[in-house]
Design a binder for this molecule. Structure first.
Ligand code: NDP
Length: 392
């Protein structure tokens, strides 16, 4: 029986609030706090169980500390933006409360996400006797757990890992992103990078692609190589991996829009002067694009995210695929959100459950693959993200 404070009332925060509310024996009391309180109240009104709401600017450590001190949660689930990771971790340190997020810290002025900043909190969290669980969404998150599960049950040694993220959904809009547009576009427009033989290999943005045949009736889709944060922690914690890559599907239409927006400077993250005022083009673009939360009732089709793992078992080479297929419309019927928010919010809730029930425990800062994957895999099947596996 534990109180949880959820920070961030966007697409993902909505799913986390719904899913925590479905498990009252673990999440005994819930508070949803965000910069705009009305968004929290709107979500609270969708949920049958009463949940508390509050306004907080999580960039301001003092504000978060005083909210934590007044509500007294056992855990803070951070589903605001990556910029807030460090100030929220500071507030957890000050108050002695466990921490969980779904995306690693990223400075505002540089599209460069890596674990360095958050891993540096390890000793301080350890000394305080609290834990931080990093990247408990789908990718990162479930993909890390899938890899740990493959290692535990199916391989003596993993040598290759391909994480493949397919969104075969359609929202009918000419151009929209499935989660926060600013974070999404920063991720996609940076240079690609993958791990090979002990070093990072860089590629031009979206310059490497191939066609992949997805299960579940999705069929052939073009996938593009991107850098994604779980590669960094996975090659650190599973050092036998010789090659690790991350792939994502994009439609030709999406890429055409993105190219034009980039060419005219609309994806820039540095300030420009406009009518005597500084604006950041990508933030202006975010204001014009559809709010990802508004895509819920419009999106049809499925997502398929999984890991293709190669390696050896009992001296023989094998290839294994573990994945989840999620239906946008089914997600909307359950929690009034599309599958991208759903596939992120459910693992955030399950990560919270792992911490609060003691199934996963440690002092310091941890990535998902450092814990026993079995209880998490079990909960995925029970809470809306069933997985399937196959050997090639
Ligand atoms: P949204 O933009 O929809 O929501 C973000 C929320 O955070 C908004 O409610 C926003 O408030 C709030 N927020 C922003 N700044 C602050 C602040 N300073 N203090 C308090 N609240 C703040 O994003 P999503 O829900 O789509 O994404 C949430 C997180 O999930 C992101 O970090 C994203 O990277 C991550 N993610 C992870 C995935 C994974 O698989 N691991 C996949 C998809 C997303 P306001 O409305 O007032 O702006």
């Amino acid at each position: 029986m534990s109180r949880v404070l959820i920070i961030g009332a966007g697409g993902v925060g909505q799913v986390v609030a719904h899913k925590c509310a479905q498990v009252p024996d673990v999440f005994s009391e819930i508070m949803l706090a965000s910069r705009t309180r009305e968004k929290c109240d709107r979500i609270a009104a969708q949920i049958k169980r009463p949940i508390k709401t509050a306004k907080v600017d999580a960039d301001n450590v003092k504000e978060t500390v005083s909210l934590i001190q007044s509500f007294k949660p056992k855990l803070v689930i951070n589903v605001a933006l990556p910029y807030q990771d460090l100030p929220i971790m500071d507030a957890c340190l000050e108050t002695g409360v466990d921490y969980l997020d779904t995306a690693n810290y990223e400075p505002r002025d540089e599209a460069k996400f890596c674990y360095k900043w958050q891993w540096e909190y390890h000793e301080r969290f350890k000394k305080k006797g609290i834990m931080a669980l990093l990247g408990s969404g789908f990718d990162p998150g479930v993909t890390n757990v899938y890899t740990a599960y493959a290692k535990k049950h199916h391989f003596d040694e993993i040598s290759e890992l391909d994480i493949i993220d397919c969104n075969a959904g359609d929202h009918g809009k000419p151009f929209a992103t499935n989660f926060n547009p600013e974070i999404n576009i920063r991720e996609i427009t940076q240079r690609g990078k993958y791990w090979e033989n002990g070093a990072w290999v860089e590629t031009d943005p979206l310059s490497v692609s191939k066609v992949y045949n997805f299960p579940g009736g999705i069929g052939d889709k073009k996938i593009y190589l991107l850098y994604h944060e779980e590669l960094e922690s996975l090659v650190k914690h599973i050092p036998t991996i010789k090659r690790a890559r991350f792939w994502m599907t994009f439609s030709d239409n999406y890429l055409k829009h993105l190219e034009v927006l980039q060419n005219v400077g609309m994806t820039r993250i540095d300030p420009v002067m406009f009518e005597g005022k500084e604006i950041i083009p990508i933030q202006f673009l975010k204001a014009l694009l559809p709010d990802p939360a508004s895509l819920g009732p419009l999106t049809r089709g499925k997502t398929c995210i999984g890991c293709v793992v190669k390696g050896a078992k009992s001296g023989r080479e094998r290839e294994y695929y573990v994945y989840n297929i999620c239906d946008h419309e089914e997600c909307y019927r359950e929690v009034q959100s599309q599958a991208i928010s759903y596939t992120t919010g459910v693992p955030a809730m399950i990560g919270g459950m792992m911490i609060l029930t003691g199934a996963w425990r440690g002092e310091g800062v941890f990535n998902m693959e450092q814990f026993d994957p079995d209880p998490f895999m079990d909960k995925l099947n029970k809470h809306g993200l069933p997985w399937q596996e196959t050997f090639f």
